[in-house]
Design a protein around this ligand. Structure first.
Ligand code: COS
Length: 383
């Protein structure tokens, strides 16, 4: 059920204020200390932001996709690190359960994910299985009434803080590729789970990514997502279809922030006796950024509405992700150019955002994978 217009406006107003007054002032220190302060995380929990996409019956806000992307636009107006802290609980860390979980699995995990009591993490990628997600080697062997998991997952967002992993593993060693894969809900902290040292990343400092190693990790049969083997790959793909739309919305938000910063700076900075915003070459860069951001925003909103109507939006989500993530890269590049020397040094925060947005073209499917998904579907379906 969509929120009433008043409730949505109210939620968005609260997020806008929180971003502006609480998060933006913390951006530099969060990056420097590589940590989002606990009290900020607690505030996000209290605001219900960990459960935006989780149905109300499980304690979430139950936002529609359109409502969620509208909130994500606003969240993009600050460092994407803050969004990442709650991103997995709303997206790839909870959606497999919402879409495919048994009633018991939903009841067991969704309320704790919605409140932020536990952090959900999506464990698909492996050292040898990145873009080729169907080739995972992590195994889940049924022994009596337990599955035994073995394997290594790589670049797992929020792993060091995770209380629950959605793990994609091969239950059928004789079936290579997507068909032999299943998904498991594995509580963090089980014997045999080893979390690697957080990676030193190019950007988004304050959010963590690391290896997760499963050494003979025993889980009850009831940990099998949906209670059915062989559905892991499709579940991962459907979770990613949705996640890609959310990431596209964040890209739009960050682009809007970069444009606002660029305009402000261009109006202040004087060269040749006048603000650089008077120069048409600066205005042209702003115009390109504005038009591209509007295009991406329109794609995201239209695709979200389609999804809310129950239509299959896999292709459009890929198109949105490809366009929005590439777009924000170009907008960030122009922002550095408008800021000039000030864009290249750390004090203004523009170089930080430039580094932060680079990952959007890579995670939840590279731009190349999005092209492949779109192209293959067009050829298959005859355009
Ligand atoms: N929704 C539902 N089912 C889907 C699907 C989707 N979006 N995409 C594929 N499937 C199904 C296919 O219909 C097919 O089912 P059948 O065998 O019943 O026909 C099955 O899954 C296999 O699909 P496909 O043949 O397309 O698999 P490929 O191995 O060729 O891989 C890509 C497809 C490359 C698109 C996929 O591996 C992918 O998205 N890779 C990127 C992974 C990624 O985003 N990683 C980021 C990690 S999380 S940060």
């Amino acid at each position: 059920m969509p929120l009433s217009k008043e409730s949505l406006d109210e939620l968005i107003a609260v997020v806008v204020r929180f971003v502006k007054e609480r998060l933006v002032p913390l951006e530099a220190s969060v990056a420097e200390n590589n940590e989002v302060p606990d009290d900020v995380v607690d505030q996000m929990k209290a605001m219900g932001l960990f459960g935006m996409s989780i149905p109300e019956e499980f304690g979430g806000l139950g936002l529609t996709m359109e409502e969620e992307v509208r909130v994500a636009f606003e969240f993009g107006h600050t460092s994407p690190v803050f969004r990442s802290v709650l991103g997995t609980n709303n997206g790839i860390g909870s959606q497999a359960i919402i879409m495919f979980g048994t009633p018991e699995q939903k009841k067991r995990y969704l309320p704790a994910l919605a409140s932020g009591e536990i952090i959900g993490s999506f464990a698909l990628t492996e050292p040898e299985a990145g873009s080729d997600a169907g080739s995972v080697r992590t195994s889940a062997r049924l022994v009596g009434d337990q599955y035994v998991l073995n394997g290594t997952k790589r670049f797992i967002t929020n792993a060091p803080k995770a209380g629950l992993f959605s793990v994609f593993a091969r239950t059928d060693p004789n079936t290579p590729g997507p068909k032999g894969m299943s998904a498991f809900l594995v509580p963090g902290g089980l014997k045999g789970i080893e979390i690697g040292r957080p990676e030193h990343k190019m950007g988004q400092h304050g959010t963590y990514v690391s290896d997760v190693v499963f050494n003979d990790v025993h889980v009850d049969k009831s940990a099998l997502l949906g209670g059915v083997e062989g559905q892991g790959f499709k579940a991962a793909m459907q979770v990613l279809d949705r996640g890609r739309l959310h990431i596209s919305a964040v890209c739009v938000g960050v682009a809007e922030r970069l444009i606002a910063d660029s305009v402000r700076y261009a109006n202040e900075r004087k060269q040749f006796g006048k603000p650089i915003s008077d120069f048409q070459l600066i205005q042209a860069m702003l115009a390109d950024s504005y038009a591209e951001t509007l295009a991406a925003k329109s794609m995201v909103l239209e695709t979200a509405r389609k999804r809310d109507r129950g239509e299959d939006v896999g292709i459009d989500a890929s198109a949105s992700k490809m366009f929005a993530s590439e777009m924000v890269g170009r907008v960030a590049d122009r922002a550095v150019q408008i800021f000039g020397g000030a864009g290249y040094v750390a004090d203004y925060g523009i170089e930080r955002l430039y580094r932060d947005v680079r990952i959007f073209r890579i995670y939840e499917g590279t731009s190349e994978i999005q092209k492949l998904i779109i192209g293959r579907a067009l050829v298959r379906d005859g355009g």
